[in-house]
Design a protein around this ligand. Structure first.
Ligand SMILES: Cc1ncc(COP(=O)(O)O)c(C=O)c1O
Length: 403
């Protein structure tokens, strides 16, 4: 008997490797013990929130009987949370005109992307994004009746391929969605590249007589390495929004606090904000969680100890290099996206890794076969202990003909 909508049945099949990894992880940990399984498959930040979060929670608990309590609030979020966040984003985005009224608090960046997509997309519209990409984007576009149109990034560096992006924009393109620092590649787009993209979008808007929005999904903005900075996007084009969250920088992923910040220079920006408030409500989010918003407001400006990620990145780079695996060094976020040895099929190589009790995700799942993703949201010692497994998996791949 058909329980599910046919499309959800299909989605379950096409994303079955996520489930497979998850189930394989549980099984391997049961058999070998959790300390002998090297699980690099999940992007679940493991660092404790900064002390400001605990302090804010205590403060909140001590004053719960005072208004505003934990009841309903305006759908866009607490006015104080919007104002404080806008002050911080105005600096970060070099956009002094950004005010609380331009910011809508959402259930994570995921909720923000869905609210934005629902607000501006109609059936038949396209969302262009560089591949590889965060796999959920395709489902989010579909939620709004639209289609994701991945455009391969430059091989090797995973920089934006501006010519390819330019050529992929049609009269149906409503959004170009970029994510920097990038999941899964760790790429960070430079000012020059983003200016090039802005020019393309400006031309596309004029050509098609309607906005082509630049959407910048930035939950990893705080996490870059070797002095790399993430340029602000709002000054680039008027039809732009920034979507972010506190899942990674405050370690609040389960608390679901994110935002959409609308460019104050956008013609009709208040109408877009009204649309976002509406879609945030009717998608059933209603508002971002009260506790998370209040903790975020109090802890704004603090963050998890990013030095831990820096050390892990160095250790993982060593482990992979010593195994003969090649990769672009991530400039930001907490992912490596190496090539499979000899360009071997990525699912086959991920299977070889699994035989060494190493869990990774095949690049095909991110629209980029021939690669695999490793997350360094795990203790440095686990990364070190996985070295032998990587070497054995590469040797097994070579024995099968990969060189
Ligand atoms: C690129 C990217 N965008 C959005 C999200 C959603 O994050 P959240 O909804 O927790 O803010 C994630 C989560 O891993 C991500 O990697």
């Amino acid at each position: 008997m058909q329980l599910l909508a046919a499309k959800i049945d299909r989605f379950l099949e096409t994303s079955s490797w996520i489930r497979r990894m998850f189930e394989a992880g549980i099984e391997l940990k049961r058999i070998h013990g959790p300390e002998r399984v090297y699980d690099f498959s999940l992007g679940n930040p493991d660092l404790p929130p900064p002390p400001e979060v605990a302090a804010a929670l205590h403060e909140l608990a001590d004053h719960l009987s005072q208004p505003p309590g934990l009841g309903y609030m305006p759908n866009a979020g607490y006015p104080e949370a919007r104002e404080r966040l806008a002050e911080s984003l105005a600096r970060e985005q070099k956009t002094p005109g950004l005010r609380g009224r331009h910011v809508v608090l959402t259930c994570g960046a995921a909720g923000g992307i869905n609210a934005f997509f629902r607000a501006v997309l109609s059936p038949g519209d396209e969302v262009v994004c560089p591949a590889p990409y965060f796999v959920e984007y395709g489902f989010y576009a579909d939620n709004a009746g639209a289609a994701l149109k991945p455009v391969p990034a430059r091989p090797g560096s995973f920089e934006l391929d501006l010519d390819a992006l330019d050529q992929s924009i049609t009269a149906d393109t409503r959004i170009v969605l970029v994510n920097s620092p990038n999941n899964p590649t760790g790429a960070v787009y430079s000012q020059g590249v983003l200016e090039g993209l802005a020019e393309i979008l400006g031309r596309a808007c004029r050509r098609h007589g309607r906005p082509v929005f630049l959407v910048s999904d930035e939950p990893y903005r705080f996490l870059t390495y070797d002095g790399v900075t993430v340029p602000p996007v709002l000054p680039l084009v008027p039809f732009s929004v920034v979507i972010g969250s506190f899942s990674k920088n405050l370690g609040l992923a389960g608390e679901r606090v994110g935002y959409v910040a609308v460019n104050p220079e956008m013609p009709g920006e208040d109408r877009l904000v009204a649309g976002l408030v509406m879609t945030n409500r009717i998608l059933g989010f209603v508002n971002a969680p009260a506790i998370g918003q209040r903790v975020m407001t109090a802890a704004l400006g603090s963050e998890v100890d990013a030095g831990v990620y820096r050390r892990r990145r160095a250790v993982m780079a060593d482990v992979l290099s010593q195994a003969g695996i090649t990769f672009p060094m991530p400039k930001g976020a907490f992912y490596f996206f190496p090539r499979t040895p000899g360009g071997m099929d990525d699912t086959a190589f991920v299977d070889l890794l699994m035989r060494q009790r190493i869990l990774a995700v095949p690049g095909s799942g991110f629209g980029c076969p021939g690669h695999f993703r490793l997350t360094f949201c795990v203790d440095e010692r686990v990364i070190e202990a996985s070295a032998e497994g990587f070497r054995s998996a590469v040797a097994a791949a070579r024995a099968q003909g990969a060189d």
